[in-house]
Design a protein around this ligand. Structure first.
Ligand code: APR
Length: 389
């Protein structure tokens, strides 16, 4: 089979790209390891920035999102039993965060792509990339029925996440890898509990960070900072609730945490990782295949979508005019935003965590939060980075 673009992976990066280029009349095939049900029900990230929503909307891909997503423009910090809020939307052009689970984004993007005649192959295995530096790279895979198939394309888009096959297909020595282990991990909890707050809560406590994120009227997401090497099974449900109550506790307030049935408990890898450049020959890396960011600051899905929009513009320009300018600058264009986000996320990691082995950093975090509580200029900078320029 021949296609202009072979897209590997049907996450936010691959599906956004596939929709955008299909709208420009560029044909592609999407190869996805999981089943449709699997990718449409896998809970992952859940926050879209204003600019991601605007981009999706301009391509007619945000109808359900705009109807159903919760809008947030304020977040709350807790430190030393005191709470303060930052109305980041008021501080930055009324821009909002849209809380809309990644699996819903994926559902919408799959439906839009298929409705417009798109070609997705689910449940494929043994994907292999060949001849990436030639003008016609090839991708082989085994279909759900066990048949070995191949596509010859002009370009390959590696959107297959951190553990995918695209990045490892690049010969050793080509990519420079930047990795940072933050020395902390998060226990991520999903509970059938209505939210106990209207605004996301970030709490700094001597025992470690606790977060209360919003998902839906009946389900809430919580995070607990845990020592590196912790297994989810090390924490009983009772211990989880006890720690959440303790770390969120406020002096002089009748605020209460609503408990519910815990439906998911897993430890998140808090690694940061970036590869440069984000391309090799005719292979372009997008999203988690090229960069992993901590969940702090909720940038992951937004960076993936920005990569997709950037590559779509470059490919559209290439097929319309033959110009390779956008393709040549793709990596640098994406990396500027990736590093800005990494810098912010790292800054925020340092503000809301305590290093149990080095209390000095806990005090620095406290000082940073106090600065944020007191200084309008500091809050304005936070708002610009948090909700996105
Ligand atoms: N062959 C085909 N598909 C693959 C392969 C493979 N070898 N390996 C992985 N995949 C698929 C996965 O099943 C997944 O559906 O690639 C897709 C990658 O999707 P994501 O991991 O969601 O990555 P991406 O699209 O880059 O989105 C990044 O997801 O969870 C987040 O925080 C992250 O929000 C960020 C976003």
């Amino acid at each position: 089979m021949k296609r202009a673009v072979a897209v590997i992976g049907a996450g936010p990066a691959g599906l956004t790209l596939a929709n955008l280029i299909q709208q420009s009349g560029i044909d592609c095939v999407v190869l996805e390891r999981g089943s449709r049900t699997h990718v449409e029900t896998r809970p992952r990230a859940g926050v879209l920035e204003h600019r991601s929503v605007t981009m999706l909307e301009s391509h007619g891909l945000a109808d359900r999102l705009l109807m159903e997503a919760d809008r947030h423009g304020t977040c709350e910090f807790r430190v030393n039993g005191q709470a303060f809020q930052v109305a980041y939307s008021d501080l930055y052009d009324d821009r909002l965060h849209y809380v809309y689970p990644q699996q819903e984004v994926v559902k919408d993007l799959i439906a839009a792509f298929l409705d417009a005649g798109g070609d997705i192959r689910f449940s494929v295995s043994d994907v292999e990339l060949r001849d990436l530096t030639s003008s016609h790279p090839t991708v082989d895979w085994t279909s759900a029925d066990g048949v070995r198939e191949a596509v010859t394309a002009d370009f390959v888009a590696g959107c297959d996440g951190f553990h995918g096959v695209s990045r490892p297909s690049i010969p050793e020595g080509v990519l420079t890898e930047f990795t940072h282990q933050h020395g902390i991990e998060w226990l991520a909890i999903l509970a059938e509990a209505p939210p106990s707050t209207k605004a996301i809560i970030y709490a700094l406590h001597a025992d470690g960070f606790a977060g209360h994120m919003l998902r839906s009227p009946t389900v809430s997401r919580f995070y607990l900072q845990v020592p590196v090497g912790t297994k989810a099974s090390d924490w009983s449900d009772e211990q989880v609730w006890e720690a959440l109550h303790k770390r969120f506790a406020l002096h002089d307030s009748n605020w209460a945490l609503t408990e519910g049935k815990i439906i998911e408990k897993r430890v998140l890898d808090m690694r940061s990782h970036v590869v440069e450049p984000m391309s090799y020959g005719r292979l372009y890396l997008l999203g988690d295949a090229a960069h992993i960011i901590t969940p702090v600051g909720a940038k992951g899905m937004n960076l993936a979508m920005n990569d997709a929009a950037t590559l779509s513009r470059a490919l559209t320009e290439f097929y319309a005019t033959g110009s390779e300018t956008g393709l040549k600058t793709y990596s640098d264009d994406c990396l500027r935003r990736v590093w800005r986000a990494q810098e912010f996320s790292q800054w925020m990691v340092n503000m809301i965590h305590t290093d149990v082995s080095s209390p000095f950093f806990g005090r620095l975090a406290q000082a940073r939060l106090e600065h944020l509580a007191e200084s309008p200029a500091y809050r304005a900078t936070f708002a610009e980075n948090y909700v996105g320029p």
